[in-house]
Design a protein around this ligand. Structure first.
Ligand SMILES: O=C(O)CCC(=O)C(=O)O
Ligand SMILES: [Fe+2]
Ligand SMILES: [Zn+2]
Length: 671
C-alpha cells in the first residue's frame, strides 16, 4: 500500500473512533440525564466532557465556542460533565459541531486534557430557570466589616497554641478550629454550660457584636465563638447547630476569602449560598432550626460568572455559572449558649423536644467514635446477616459488569469490600482478589472458590501500585466521617498502578433523579406483603438487585421493632445511643447519616450468636417468624460529594462520573 493509502486508512480509523465515542456520549446523555440528541443540525449543542463537573471553566469553553460563531448562551450546570451552547444560527452551530467534536482542551489550573464530544439537541434546559430564594430566616449582610477590620481580626488569631492538635487537624485535611467562651464539643455537639473558658470572647469582637445587637441581627449578646479556618479542599459536614446548645440567631462572619455554603431542607431542597468576604451571615428561625448548613470539601466552588450576581443564592440552572478557586477562609461564628430547653416549632429536629432521640444530623468528629460506630453498625451487622445478605446478592449490576469486561486480559483487579464475591467471577480473563471486613462473607467467597481475605478497606495488605484496577461497590458509604471516606478512596488509589482504574459506587441521598425514581424507591408498593421475595434472587431489570436492601426491608414498623427490642431486653441497644435517625426503607432520605434496618430472615451463619444478640427464643420456627432487625449505618452521598472528595487527591483523575439506580459512581484513573 502506498503512503496515501495508509494515511487514508489511519484517518478512517480515527474518524471511526471519534464516531464511536460521540455515539457513546449520546447514549450516556440519554440514559443518565434524559437528554435526547438529534441527528439533524440545530442551533443548540450539548458538549459532553465540557462541563463544570469535569473541571472545564466557563471562560475556557466560551473561548473555544466563540471561535465558531456568535454564542447566544452557554449553560453550565453544577457538577455536570456536559454543557449546552446555543448559537445564533444553525450554520454556526454546525461549524462548531465540526470543529469541537473530538477536540482536546487542556484544563485551566492543571495540565490535564479532556476530549469534547458534541451532539445537536432540539432544545436546551434554560427555558425554565427560576431564581432560588434564600432559606427563610437567612440573611446576608455585605461588607459588614472593613478591609482594615478584617485584617486586624485575622491577625488577632493565635493558631500557635495547641500546636500538636493543629498539626493532627492539618494532616487529617481538617479545617482548623478554635473556641472562645465555651468549648464546642464535637463528640456530643454541645457545650459544657457550667465550664466557661477563661477569658471570654476576644476584645476585638465587642464592637462588632454591639453593632449586631443594635441592628437586630441577634437578640442576645453572644457568649460563644468558634473560629473555623478552611484551606481549599476543606469543609464542614452538613449539620444543624444543636437546638438545646444555642439560642436562635447564629451569626457567622466570613474573612479572608469567599466560599459557598450549602443549605438543605429535610424535604431535599438545597440552596447554595455564596458568602462573600467580609459579609455577615445571619441564620435565624427556619434556616437555623430546620435546614442543615455545611461546606462541601472541594477546591473550587460553582458560582455566578456575571458581576452583580456574586452574592447569595446560586441558581442551579442558570446560564452563567463558572468555577471559582477557593482561598483560605476564616469564619467567626458567634452563638449564645441556651440556658433553658428549646421550644422551637420544629420538633422533628429539636433535641430539646425529643429527649435524647436526635442530636440532628450530627457528625462524628472523633476517630474513635467513628470506628466504634462502624464496628457496631456495620461490621457486626454484616457478620450477623451474612447468609441472608448473600442470598439477596446474586445479580451483578450491568455497568459494573461492563467495567470488568472491558479491562484488558490478564489485569490484576482488587474488589475492596467484595461481600459474597458476586463480581469475582464475572470475567475469567482477569486475576481478581476480593477482601471484606466480614469473615462470614469471605467464607462464602471461599465456598465459591474465589480468592478473598478479611481486611479493613482503610488498610489493605496489598503493595502500592500492584493493581491494574480496583472496584469498591457499596462500601465507602459505611464510613462515618468525611476523613474516613476520603481515606478509603486514598487506599484504593494507593493500590493502583499509574494508569490503573478504580470504579466506586456509593448510595445516593437522591433516590429520585431527573424525575425518575430509583428502583429502590419504586419497589415500595410492589414489595408490600410479598414475603416470598425475601430470600429469592432477583434479576436486575425486574426490580434491581436490592443492593442496599431486601424487599422485606420495606418497613414502616422499623421504629416499633426498635422499641420492642428495647422493651423486651430492658436494654435500649446502641441504636438509641447513637442518636442517628432510623431510615424507613423504600422512602426518600431525610438525613445523610442514617441507620437502615435489615429484617433478618432465615437465620444467620451462626444462629446462636444471633439469638444472643437479639435475645430471641432459640426455637428455629419462632426465629423464622420473629425476624430480628439489625441496623446498618450509612452516609448517603449528595450529588457531587463523591467527586469533590476524589478531587482533593492529586494522584487521581476522575475519568467518568454518573448516577446509576440510586448510586453515585465514579471511574478514577491513577496519575
Ligand atoms: O464556617 C462557618 O461559617 C460555619 C461554621 C459552623 O457552621 C459551625 O461551626 O457550626
Ligand atoms: Fe454550624
Ligand atoms: Zn429546637
Amino acid at each position: 500500500m502506498d503512503n496515501s493509502g495508509q494515511n487514508n486508512l489511519k484517518r478512517n480509523k480515527i474518524e471511526k473512533k471519534l464516531l464511536r465515542k460521540q455515539i457513546k456520549a449520546r447514549n450516556t446523555l440519554m440514559r443518565h440525564e434524559g437528554i435526547e440528541c438529534v441527528s439533524h443540525s440545530t442551533q443548540n449543542l450539548v458538549i459532553a466532557n465540557g462541563g463544570l463537573g469535569n473541571g472545564v471553566n466557563r471562560h475556557q469553553l466560551l473561548k473555544v465556542a466563540e471561535e465558531c460563531g456568535l454564542v447566544e448562551a452557554l449553560l453550565m450546570l453544577p457538577n455536570k460533565p456536559y454543557s449546552f451552547v446555543k448559537y445564533g444560527t444553525t450554520e454556526e452551530a454546525k461549524k462548531a459541531y465540526d470543529a469541537l467534536n473530538g477536540k482536546e482542551i487542556t484544563l485551566d489550573d492543571s495540565d490535564q486534557n479532556v476530549t469534547l464530544y458534541v451532539n445537536f439537541v432540539e432544545k436546551v434546559l434554560w427555558e425554565d430557570i427560576m431564581p432560588v430564594s434564600l432559606p427563610p430566616g437567612l440573611m446576608l449582610v455585605e461588607e459588614f466589616v472593613s478591609p482594615e477590620e478584617e485584617q486586624k481580626m485575622l491577625e488577632s488569631i493565635d493558631w500557635t497554641e495547641d500546636e500538636v492538635i493543629q498539626n493532627v487537624q492539618k494532616s487529617l485535611k481538617h479545617r482548623r478550629v478554635k473556641h472562645f467562651g465555651y468549648k464546642f464539643r464535637y463528640d456530643n455537639n454541645n457545650v459544657d454550660k457550667d465550664k466557661p473558658l477563661p477569658g471570654g470572647l476576644p476584645k476585638i469582637c465587642s464592637t462588632l457584636l454591639d453593632k449586631c445587637l443594635k441592628e437586630g441581627y441577634i437578640k442576645h449578646k453572644s457568649d460563644q465563638l468558634t473560629i473555623n479556618q478552611y484551606e481549599p479542599g476543606q469543609g464542614i459536614p452538613p449539620h444543624i447547630d444543636t437546638h438545646s446548645a444555642f439560642e436562635d440567631e447564629i451569626i457567622s462572619l466570613s474573612l479572608g476569602a469567599e466560599i459557598v455554603m450549602d443549605f438543605k431542607h429535610p424535604d431535599g431542597r438545597t440552596v447554595a449560598v455564596m458568602l462573600p468576604r467580609r459579609s455577615l451571615l445571619v441564620m435565624a428561625g427556619e434556616s437555623r432550626y430546620l435546614w442543615t448548613h455545611g461546606i462541601t470539601p472541594r477546591k473550587f466552588d460553582i458560582v455566578h460568572a456575571s458581576e452583580g450576581q456574586k452574592v447569595g443564592s446560586i441558581t442551579p440552572d442558570v446560564g452563567d455559572l463558572t468555577l471559582n478557586r477557593r482561598g483560605t477562609r476564616t469564619s467567626f461564628t458567634f452563638r449564645k449558649v441556651r440556658r433553658s430547653p428549646c421550644s422551637c416549632s420544629y420538633p422533628s429536629v429539636c433535641d430539646s423536644q425529643q429527649g435524647s432521640q436526635r442530636e440532628a444530623s450530627s457528625f462524628q468528629d472523633s476517630e474513635t467514635e467513628a470506628s466504634k460506630l462502624e464496628e457496631e453498625y456495620v461490621h457486626k451487622v454484616y457478620e450477623e446477616i451474612a447468609t441472608h445478605f448473600s442470598s439477596t446478592r446474586h445479580s451483578p449490576w450491568p455497568k459494573i459488569v461492563e467495567f470488568l469486561r472491558t479491562l484488558p486480559k490478564g489485569s490484576i483487579v482488587a474488589d475492596i469490600g467484595c461481600g459474597n464475591g458476586k463480581y469475582l467471577g464475572i470475567n475469567k480473563d482477569l486475576y481478581m482478589i476480593g477482601c471484606d471486613r466480614s469473615q462470614n462473607l469471605v467464607d462464602i467467597c471461599g465456598e465459591k472458590k474465589f480468592q478473598a481475605f478479611v481486611c479493613d478497606a482503610l488498610s489493605v495488605p496489598v503493595r502500592n501500585s500492584s493493581c491494574d484496577a480496583c472496584i469498591s461497590i457499596a462500601v465507602i458509604h459505611h464510613f462515618s466521617t468525611a476523613e474516613r471516606r476520603l481515606a478509603a478512596v486514598c487506599e484504593l488509589a494507593r493500590l493502583l498502578r499509574p494508569g490503573g482504574k478504580a470504579l466506586i459506587y456509593v448510595w445516593a441521598m437522591e433516590q429520585e433523579y431527573n424525575k425518575q425514581k430509583s428502583k429502590y424507591l419504586k419497589e415500595k408498593r410492589a414489595s408490600k406483603g410479598k414475603e416470598e421475595r425475601l430470600n429469592t434472587d432477583v434479576a436486575w431489570g425486574l426490580f434491581g438487585d436490592q443492593m442496599h436492601d431486601n424487599a422485606s426491608q420495606d418497613s414502616e414498623c422499623s421504629d416499633r421493632v426498635l422499641r420492642d427490642s428495647k422493651d423486651k431486653d430492658g436494654n435500649a441497644k446502641q441504636v438509641m445511643k447513637t442518636k442517628l435517625p432510623v431510615h424507613t426503607n423504600r422512602t426518600s432520605f431525610h438525613s445523610q447519616d442514617v441507620l437502615v434496618p435489615w429484617h433478618l430472615k432465615g437465620g444467620t451463619k451462626k444462629k446462636e450468636e444471633c439469638n444472643k444478640a437479639q435475645q430471641l427464643p432459640t426455637d428455629s420456627k419462632e426465629l423464622r417468624e420473629f425476624s430480628p432487625v439489625f441496623h446498618r449505618y450509612y452516609h448517603v452521598f449528595c450529588e457531587g460529594e463523591l467527586e469533590a472528595a476524589c478531587k482533593t487527591l492529586d494522584c487521581i483523575r476522575i475519568r467518568e462520573s454518573y448516577y446509576d439506580q440510586g448510586n453515585w459512581c465514579v471511574v478514577l484513573e491513577k496519575q
